[in-house]
Design a protein around this ligand. Structure first.
Ligand code: FE2
Ligand code: FE2
Ligand code: FE2
Length: 184
């Protein structure tokens, strides 16, 4: 079933655009990090890129309906600097989503009684909080000339929940089982 209300539909489109661009940006910045000698930061970017693709796919599915053209304007961090700088771009993007975008989108979906969009925005919001924190840790390490201390990252393929070192028995956000987590 397609989303019913225009405002929630607009927000799903916009979030789809933003997540899609974040996905591509993180893949690129991950390659830059590896070249700079930070393989673990590269892995963090790669895993987070996957989480953003999960969010994009969830939003896309919730838009639903007939195939139709749409133009989306999505804010994004552009640029290709050193890893410390790229991580600041990532942190800024995640914090924008955590503090501005997803709380507004989520509350609109609640107000308009759009249960599918609510779930999709909720999943993204919870993951972005973790992304902001992990990127901040990675940036602190990079500023000291060190790599991110965690070499393995796990991502829930249902909601994008992201965690270092080991997957939980059950996803704390969507309840998916440990075996479902994708390892990076
Ligand atoms: Fe996301
Ligand atoms: Fe994110
Ligand atoms: Fe999950």
């Amino acid at each position: 079933m397609a989303v019913k209300n225009a405002m929630t539909s607009d927000f799903l489109h916009s979030a789809y655009g933003g997540e899609s661009m974040a996905h591509m940006r993180y893949l690129y910045w991950g390659q830059v990090a590896v070249k700079e000698g930070f393989p673990n930061i590269g892995t963090l970017f790669e895993a987070t890129a996957y989480a953003e693709s999960v969010h994009a796919n969830n939003h896309f599915r919730e838009i639903g309906g007939e195939t139709a053209d749409a133009t989306v304007t999505a804010g994004a961090v552009f640029g290709n600097g050193k890893t410390v700088h790229n991580l600041q771009g990532a942190i800024n993007g995640e914090l924008h989503e955590v503090e501005q975008m997803y709380p507004v989108y989520l509350n609109t979906a609640k107000f308009q009684d759009e249960s599918g969009a609510q779930r999709s925005f909720h999943y993204a919001l919870e993951a972005e909080k973790i992304h902001a924190e992990l990127f901040a840790q990675a940036q602190a390490a990079a500023k000291a000339g060190k790599d991110f201390e965690h070499s393995t990252v796990y991502v829930c393929p249902i909601c994008g929940h992201t965690i270092v070192d080991e997957a939980p028995d059950k996803c704390p956000v969507c309840g998916a089982k440990k075996e479902m987590y994708k390892e990076f």
